[in-house]
Design a protein. Structure first.
Length: 460
């Protein structure tokens, strides 16, 4: 009897297990460390409200009684549109319950911001492809280890500068950046449930005639890309500061090493510092200490002198939210005088110390909010996109809309003015140009809801 009972319950357990083939380990809601942006009056914003601030007015023209295009789109409310992105920043950077990890014996460094409790794209994509690699005793749900790498979209530039012959100045180490991608829980759950990191699943979707992946849940799906530079713990480091496109632009791209101004970051243990320039305290940045050989090994390529105990400083962050179907596109970057200029406008007062050092710009699609000259909106993060050809005219969504499966081989294409672009140069301006320059094979591919990370093939 007992035996029969046992074997039946084992059978039940087996059935139950088989019925739940993809129990999400990475973003399991039973794990408590995760902290979302707290829902508030500001987030998630109803899409109709965002449309209204963008100037959409469905009321008929009072003169003709007809809803013409002109009458539908009226004045934008730029302060409200900016405030929305700032409130996202406030929500993301609010304290979580987890302490910021520092080496034993060092003074406590306060709490991690909420976004640090989110899920690393690498872990989520691996689980969704059926091969979770918990990195030898580093379960992805504990305090997140830094998993940073040279940004994929800049790889061509890196190779170009490594190849640079005589006449081209060698790059300075410290002007490189490394980046990492995090998803919030709704994004994580969707990637896993729909197996969006799995090449086979995406091939099957294509074979079944789909041209788009199943849509991410509207409103609260989010993703982040964080951008970092390096500071040694007892030395100092030169960090270039972006003061905007020079008055007499000589180029369309500016690698940080070419920016005219920089500051010198010092830590409380700085002893020797050969660099000259205005000194800035480490605590004016959000920073993380490198605490394991694993974290160091991942960035060695970009920062050969990095050691355990040194610091990574956050110089920029991209944030997207699915409050509107094609996502809201916001970006934040560090500045030593963060209270001046259009990118400081509207910063809310409740931000804690270091978080006030970041400037912001936001785009709500490929064109809007239109620039003062009625040009499509250019939105870029200088620490990432200023480096590539056309980057200071770029817009997040015109590049991200090219994220498809399978990723076509780099091909020459046309830019907004109809000029031929070389492979790897992918800046077009505005929605019209973007349509006109779309590569034909995109129409036959699977659109990945603008997420570039979904083009990755996770390693087993
Ligand atoms: C030239 C193309 C390009 C432009 C312009 C660009 N990005 Fe990206 N973005 C990428 C690539 C490539 C990745 C990373 C893919 C990876 O790490 O696998 C990425 C990653 C991201 C991610 C992580 C989520 C994901 O899978 O896409 C976010 C969020 C993001 N970018 C936001 C932005 C924002 C906001 C802007 C504009 C301010 C922007 N991007 C401009 C190419 C671009």
């Amino acid at each position: 009897m007992i035996r029969r009972y046992l074997s039946r319950s084992l059978l039940h357990a087996a059935i139950l297990f088989a019925a739940l083939p993809s129990v999400a380990q990475v973003c399991d809601s039973a794990k408590q460390d995760y902290e979302p942006v707290s829902p508030s009056a500001d987030f998630p914003a109803p899409k109709d409200l965002l449309a209204k601030w963008l100037g959409f007015n469905p009321d008929p023209d009072p003169g003709t009684g007809e809803a013409s295009d002109y009458s539908k789109w009226q004045a934008m409310d730029i302060p409200r549109l900016r405030r929305h992105a700032w409130m996202l920043w406030a929500g993301l950077t609010a304290d979580s319950k987890l302490p910021r990890p520092v080496d034993a014996g060092e003074p406590a460094a306060g709490l991690l911001p909420k976004w640090e409790t989110w899920y690393r794209a690498e872990d989520v994509l691996q689980e969704s492809a059926g091969h979770l690699n918990t990195e030898k005793g580093n379960p992805p749900t504990s305090v997140p280890q830094l998993l940073l790498a040279f940004p994929r979209e800049l790889v061509n530039l890196k190779f170009a500068s490594a190849r640079s012959g005589p006449g081209l100045a060698p790059r300075r180490d410290n002007t490189q950046v490394v980046a990492g991608v995090l998803y919030n829980r709704p994004t994580c759950e969707h990637v896993i449930a729909k197996r969006l990191g799995d090449p086979v699943a995406k091939d099957n979707m294509l074979r079944n005639g789909l041209r788009e992946i199943p849509a991410f849940p509207d409103r609260d799906s989010m993703a982040l890309k964080t951008v970092w530079m390096y500071v040694p713990h007892d030395g100092c480091e030169i960090v270039p500061v972006w003061d905007g496109i020079p008055n007499e632009p000589k180029a369309t791209h500016y690698q940080p090493a070419e920016w005219p101004r920089s500051i010198v970051v010092k830590t409380s243990s700085t002893r020797a510092c050969a660099a000259t320039g205005p000194a800035v305290d480490l605590n004016d940045f959000y920073w993380r200490e490198l605490l394991s050989q694993l974290e160091v090994a991942r960035i060695k390529d970009s920062f050969p002198s990095a050691r355990v105990g040194d610091y990574m400083i956050l110089v920029g962050m991209h944030v997207i939210t699915k409050e509107i179907p094609n996502w809201v596109w916001a970006t934040f970057w560090w500045h030593d005088h963060p209270d001046y200029g259009q990118f400081a406008d509207g910063r809310p007062s409740q931000l804690a110390a270091a978080w006030r050092h970041y400037l912001m710009d936001v785009a709500y699609d490929m064109d809007r909010p239109w620039q003062s000259t009625a040009q499509p909106k250019a939105t870029f993060n200088p620490y990432l996109e200023a480096a590539f050809e056309g980057g200071t005219r770029s817009n997040c969504m015109t590049c991200h809309r090219r994220s498809v499966w399978p990723l076509p081989a780099a091909r020459e294409t046309l830019d907004s003015q109809g000029e031929l672009l070389q492979p790897g140069q992918i800046v077009v301006t505005g929605s019209e140009a973007s349509e006109a320059t779309y590569l034909p094979e995109f129409r036959k591919s699977l659109k990945l809801s603008f997420l570039w990370t979904l083009t990755r093939v996770p390693q087993k």
